[in-house]
Design a protein around this ligand. Structure first.
Ligand code: HEC
Ligand code: HEC
Ligand code: HEC
Ligand code: HEC
Length: 201
């Protein structure tokens, strides 16, 4: 338990350190407002119970609020890298609720009603390829991460896939809907830094 706790504290510390954000996670200091009201607000914003993040139990069987967890590390990451570092395109502050809207997992993944995309109809070919090449770089993936191929092995980029749905959501809501604190545009790389998955969860 203790060892695990030290390892997690180290990991969270390392994440905060490499991102050159002012260190706020010293022993005894918190990044999040840990008042009961704010913890309730966070739980409500994500539509989860306290135990979604506070997974460890004390010997008495109660949640061990101080013990680290991947979900806690993710919550701290979101506070530092999203809420404290980004603004909406209109310059408003971000909140957990603003992105999560009552769900811990809210990104679109369901292909059931997904239709083929029609980007080629309103964007010139060379611009599409430039944008797609940038996605590859920013997420550290290749075309096949988001697109599937037909029987002849040719890419069918208009066909829906799970990762394409998620990417489209980020294009519309994050790249188009956010800016950095100093007013610069948000790109895929602002959050992804060359990796498709980067959350501690
Ligand atoms: C989304 C994840 C999440 C949820 C849900 C959540 N918490 Fe937390 N909680 C955290 C994180 C992260 C910290 C540590 C914050 C820090 O150190 O900056 C924390 C800290 C705390 C602390 C202080 C612990 C200490 O180290 O002193 C208490 C008490 C607490 N939470 C209670 C609750 C209660 C009660 C609920 C349900 C109403 C709840 N939390 C829901 C993530 C969560
Ligand atoms: C800019 C938008 C944005 C903001 C602001 C934001 N989040 Fe998130 N968060 C996300 C995305 C995107 C995911 C991944 C969701 C998915 O997989 O469907 C996520 C996932 C999480 C997860 C992991 C959930 C799970 O069950 O896997 C936690 C915990 C979390 N966020 C906590 C927070 C907390 C706490 C705040 C406020 C301090 C916050 N987030 C603010 C975008 C945001
Ligand atoms: C991170 C995911 C992602 C990666 C990687 C990616 N694409 Fe795409 N691609 C998309 C999304 C999302 C769309 C639809 C965008 C829209 O509808 O606005 C799209 C659309 C396209 C289209 C236009 C299809 C249409 O809607 O008419 C082409 C062509 C295309 N991609 C080619 C490529 C090629 C070639 C590569 C590799 C060099 C690539 N893509 C890599 C996500 C991706
Ligand atoms: C505000 C931060 C933010 C921005 C900007 C952003 N993303 Fe994301 N993206 C996330 C988070 C958070 C996740 C969940 C990562 C995880 O699960 O570790 C995610 C996940 C994804 C995934 C799914 C990866 C997987 O393996 O499940 C794709 C695809 C994706 N993003 C594409 C994009 C594209 C394309 C752009 C640029 C148009 C972009 N994102 C911009 C925050 C962002």
């Amino acid at each position: 338990m203790l060892l695990k706790s030290i390892v997690w504290r180290g990991l969270v510390g390392a994440i905060l350190f490499v991102s050159a954000v002012p260190l706020a996670a010293h022993e005894g200091q918190h990044v999040l407002d840990t008042s009961e009201d704010n913890m309730k607000l966070i739980a409500k914003s994500l539509g989860v119970q306290c135990t979604h993040c506070h997974v460890e139990k004390t010997e008495a069987g109660k949640p061990d609020f101080e013990a680290p967890s991947k979900e806690k590390a993710t919550a701290i990451f979101m506070q530092v890298h999203f809420v404290d570092s980004l603004r909406t395109a209109k310059g408003e502050s971000l909140t957990c609720e603003g992105c999560h809207q009552g769900a811990s997992r809210f990104l679109p993944r369901d292909l059931e009603n997904a239709k083929p995309s029609t980007l080629s109809e309103h964007m010139p070919r060379p611009d599409i390829f430039k944008m797609m090449k940038q996605f590859e770089l920013d997420l550290g993936v290749t075309c096949d991460f988001c697109h599937i191929r037909n029987e002849e092995g040719r890419l069918t980029p208009e066909q829906p896939t799970k990762h394409k749905l998620m990417a489209k959501y980020m294009i519309d809501h994050y790249a188009a809907g956010l800016q950095t604190l100093d007013g610069k545009p948000v790109t895929c790389n602002t959050c992804h830094h060359g990796k498709a998955e980067f959350l501690p969860r």
